[in-house]
Structures are given as structure tokens and as C-alpha cells.
Design a protein around this ligand. Structure first.
Ligand SMILES: *Cc1c(COP(=O)(O)O)cnc(C)c1O
Length: 411
């Protein structure tokens, strides 16, 4: 049998024919029509989109002292790096207990006349409570930027001033690297375009490299190709206990900024019509599988609040304690079934952010979340038998956890 590897997230599978052929609409127009995004602009990454957003706010501010950006203490390290690159200060807000969203009681006192922006994050496609944040931010004259990097196609962007998405490899629709930026207000959208024009350079060398990477991604993104392109290097990193490399959290300090070519946008535009059906099928699979996982006692399955509709690149689970999580990973991390961790640490615990987050704020909930979180791919390639095998391994790992774990016992 050919070796297979399930990708850790359910990315929309690329087709060879996405690489050429006719386009009936531009990517931005199509995103606007299919996903109801107001006049989106395409940037070279989600991080670049965030930097355009932050630079726009930073240039427009009247009060120079308004230089703080509040972000969750557990999120992609690139978010903190983008804030620092824009000359702004990172303020970390701890998560609510056993949740990916801000703890409202911690968020409120962090906001002040120094707050430029707050970045609620739709982690793993789960919809964050942006409405509450927006009310609070408005009271302090701060703006809200929704981080929907992992949530293209979810019901987001309704309350935030701006929203960005990532088109990186494996994140739903992909240009290998790319980002989408949109804002509700048309004057703000105009300003975002102007910022992009002035700070994002043309760099054909970089762009050519991305084009080649996109071709390679198209060639490899199926279970057999992923065995070589993702499975083997990941297993090697795990054997060396280089977890940052295994997860892909080892970001270089420089953030590439360049314009995206028409060709790469066209590839995305040709794939996009397949996205709604793909999101529907992954949503159905996720519902079904979350039901199964909820039968496992003491396992917490993260879901959307009532009335909110997210997307499902993977399923997020909280184990009873760090020990049981690590015991499970010892069995399944190096398997080809798409079981992994999301971001390795809470932000203060990344060595690569030492300069950006010099004060090691106490963020117990984020640390606890990082220590107990585990993800299962929601790729349609993960077969029911493999999923059931994961569930049974989970059952055993949960049973082996301490009998009366206190939620904060492992910090
Ligand atoms: C991936 C990611 C980003 C950054 O997007 P890139 O396109 O990789 O630059 C930001 N925030 C979150 C939550 C992410 O997962």
C-alpha cells in the first residue's frame, strides 16, 4: 500500500487545473460575491494583512501615546511579531478558563486611552465573541481587528472594524502564502489600500518563489504526496524533539512583504468556487465527529456558541490535564492520522518572542490551554476507521488521567 499522511488541517484540495485556464472573475470580486466580504484586498500573508491594518491605524492616530495592541495570550506568534514590526506594543490578554477567547474580566482593565486596537481571534475556525469586545473598544476609542486567519468562510467580520484571513498552506483556500484584508467602512478600506500601496513593495524574486511553491503545493497536497512533503520531515523533527519545527512554529524574524501576482490570485479564484461545498462537507463531518468525541468523559470539545457558525479545519480538544495530553501525543503525534498540537506555547513562553514580550505576564489560563490542547484534522481524507482508532486511544488516555484533576493543577 502507498504510504499516506493526513494533513493536520482540512485545506481545500488544489487541482492542477487551478493553475491555468480561464477566470470568470477576479479573486477579490469572487470573495466578495461568495463570502459577502466587503471589497477585500489581497496581501502576501495574513501577517502582512495585519501589518497593513495596524500601520493604517498607527498613521491615522492623533494621540501618539495610543500605541498598544491587545492580543490573546495564546495565538499565532506571527501576530505578536506583526505588532512589534509596526512599532507598537503588545499587550497580552489571558484566555477565559478552558476557552480560546479573551477573558472579559481581564480584558476590561487592559483597555485604556493607550489602546490602539484589540484583536479577538477566531481560533481554529471557532467564532469568538467580537460583539462584546467591540462595545468595550468603542468606549475607549480603540478599533477591533478580527483575526480570522483560520476562519475563512465562517460568520465573522460583523462587529469588528477590520477582518483578516490567511491563505497560507493548509488554511482553507490557499495561495501557498497569502492574506485577505477587509473593513466594514468604505473610507477605512480606502485607507487600507493606500497603506498597502505605500508600504508593500513589488518583489518579483519573492513572488516567483511563491509561484513555484504553489505549484509544488498543488503537486503534493494529497495523502500520498503529504507523506513525503509533510510526514517524513515532521517525524524527523519529532524524533529530534524539535517540537517547534514539527509544528511549524519556528518563524524567522523577518516578515516578507511583497505584492501578490495576478497569476497567483487567479489560481485562488479558480479554486474558490469549490470552497462552499467543501466547507459544508467538512462542517457535516465535524458535527458528526464532535458527537462521537463528546461521548468520551472528561474530554472538552470546543464548539461554537449558539447561533454562530464557524468553519472546521480541525477539531480542538482539551484533555483533562497536561499529562494525559502528552501521553496521547506520545502515541499519535507521529502517526499519519492528523493528530497534533496547535501553537506550541502561550506567547510569553516562546524564545523567539523574548524581545517582543519582555515582561512575562502571568497568563495561567493560556498556559493551561496550551498544555492540554490537542487537535484532530478534519480533513475529508481522514477515514472513519482511523478516526475511531483515535477516539479509542483518547478514551484510554483520558482514563489514565488523575482521578480528580484540578483545572490549573499543571501550571
Ligand atoms: C496563520 C495565522 C496567522 C498568520 O497568517 P499567515 O498567513 O501565516 O501570515 C495569524 N493568526 C492566526 C490565528 C493564524 O493561525
Amino acid at each position: 500500500m502507498m504510504p499516506r499522511e493526513i494533513p493536520p488541517t482540512a485545506g481545500l484540495p488544489p487541482y492542477w487545473r487551478d493553475l491555468w485556464g480561464i477566470n470568470h472573475a477576479h479573486l477579490a470580486d469572487q470573495l466578495s460575491a461568495q463570502l459577502a466580504l466587503p471589497a477585500p484586498q489581497i496581501e502576501c500573508s495574513g501577517t502582512a494583512a495585519l501589518m497593513v491594518a495596524l500601520s493604517t491605524l498607527s498613521a491615522a492616530r492623533q494621540n501618539r501615546r495610543r500605541d498598544e495592541v491587545i492580543i490573546p495570550a495564546y495565538t499565532c506568534p506571527l501576530v505578536a511579531m506583526a505588532v512589534a514590526h509596526c512599532g507598537l506594543r503588545v499587550r497580552l490578554c489571558d484566555l477565559a478558563p478552558d476557552h480560546f477567547d479573551f477573558d472579559p474580566e481581564i480584558l476590561a482593565p487592559l483597555m485604556s486611552e493607550r489602546t490602539l486596537a484589540v484583536i479577538p481571534t477566531h481560533l481554529g475556525g471557532r467564532v469568538a465573541d467580537v460583539h462584546r469586545v467591540a462595545v468595550e473598544a468603542a468606549a475607549h476609542g480603540a478599533l477591533v481587528i478580527e483575526d480570522a486567519a483560520q476562519a475563512l468562510g465562517a460568520q465573522v467580520g460583523e462587529y469588528g472594524d477590520m477582518t483578516f484571513f490567511s491563505l497560507a498552506a493548509g488554511k482553507g483556500l490557499s495561495l501557498y502564502e497569502g492574506g485577505i484584508l477587509t473593513a466594514r467602512d468604505s473610507a477605512l478600506r480606502q485607507a487600507l489600500r493606500q497603506t498597502s500601496q505605500s508600504i508593500i513593495p513589488q518583489n518579483w524574486h519573492r513572488e516567483l518563489r511563491r509561484c513555484l511553491e504553489l505549484i509544488a503545493y498543488t503537486a503534493c497536497y494529497r495523502p500520498h504526496g503529504l507523506h513525503y512533503a509533510y510526514g517524513i520531515p515532521r517525524k524527523r523533527a519529532l524524533r529530534a524533539k524539535d517540537f517547534l519545527a514539527a509544528i511549524g512554529d519556528n518563524f524567522p524574524p523577518e516578515i516578507p512583504l511583497h505584492r501578490v501576482s495576478r497569476w497567483r490570485k487567479n489560481v485562488g479564484a479558480r479554486a474558490l468556487p469549490r470552497l462552499p461545498d467543501f466547507l459544508k462537507r467538512t462542517r457535516e463531518q465535524a458535527q458528526f465527529r464532535c458527537e462521537r468525541l463528546r461521548q468520551i468523559p472528561r474530554l472538552r470539545v470546543l464548539a461554537d456558541a449558539d447561533g454562530r457558525q464557524g468553519v472546521w479545519p480541525f477539531l480542538m480538544l482539551l484533555m483533562p490535564d497536561a499529562k494525559s495530553r502528552d501521553a496521547l501525543l506520545a502515541q499519535l503525534w507521529s502517526s499519519p492520522h492528523g493528530v497534533t498540537r496547535l501553537f506550541l506555547h502561550a506567547l510569553p513562553d516562546y524564545a523567539l518572542l523574548n524581545k517582543i514580550i519582555p515582561v512575562k505576564d502571568s497568563v495561567p489560563h493560556a498556559r493551561n490551554f496550551a498544555a492540554r490542547l490537542l487537535t484532530i484534522s478534519n480533513s475529508l481524507w481522514l477515514e472513519d476507521t482511523a478516526f475511531e482508532h483515535i477516539c479509542q486511544t483518547l478514551e484510554a488516555a483520558v482514563q489514565s488521567a488523575g482521578a480528580f484533576p484540578s483545572p490549573l493543577a499543571d501550571i
